[in-house]
Design a protein around this ligand. Sequence first.
Ligand code: SAM
Length: 255
Amino acid sequence: MRTPKKSLGQNFLTDPNTARKIVSCLCVLPGQKILEIGPGYGALTTHLVEQIADLYVLEKDPHLAGLLKSRYRSLNVICGDGLFFDWTRLERIGSWKVIGNLPYNIASPLIWDLVARAGTCSKMVFMIQKEVAQRIRAEPGSREYGAISVWVRNFARVTLEFFVGPRVFHPQPKVDSAVISLTPFTSEKRPNEEEKLSRLLRLCFQKRRKQMSTILRAHWSNSLEKWFEDQRLTSRIRPEGLSPEQFRDLSRIIF
Ligand code: SAM
């Protein structure tokens, strides 16, 4: 094994039992198409390749992509960057699922992008930093609740599967990990003006200690006033007091 690259978040999973447990969360059925992000040396891939004929992997490190290609002849290896991948390309292959032990440094932006773009994805399973998992599933009013909690939960149902300690990785990370699964909503339940929602979240959570009336001063209108009344909310509420659904609703009125 080469020296793992810190810049690529290369903390490789060394425990086959944990790998098997992660793969089982995906509930793979025969004939399904799967994409794995960041396969590395294949800790998860090994368990997937046994069950899946249509398996795609997306790996940024060309050395690892080459190794996997030579080890598993049937594997569709894409050497590329998950942060710049056009997820809508996958719609052409129909319904699919995605899995990955994600590099910690890209997990949040990647999940943000993927959950909104992956219209035909039926399930995602990710191992990520525990703290990020807690932010994604945080409830309104809690310290961890923020833009990513609201965003992801407008597109998918989030389930915390289990926690993983640092010992099962090489090299060992300084933080704990968690495995989460996301079940994307059907198209009718997903925001259709996502750009508006993203704009509102940026606006609100950059100033999370401020009151909504202050944050939204430049956009204030009668319909906004009425919206707060209808929701039985005071406009002095802080962003963390609004639910994911309320943010979506509000984004349609404001912009
Ligand atoms: N799946 C392997 C495992 O469990 O042992 C490797 C996991 S390691 C935490 C993350 C993997 O993602 C590495 O193989 C790394 O090279 C790859 N990677 C890092 N940045 C990436 C990116 N932007 N796009 C795709 N793969 C990336």
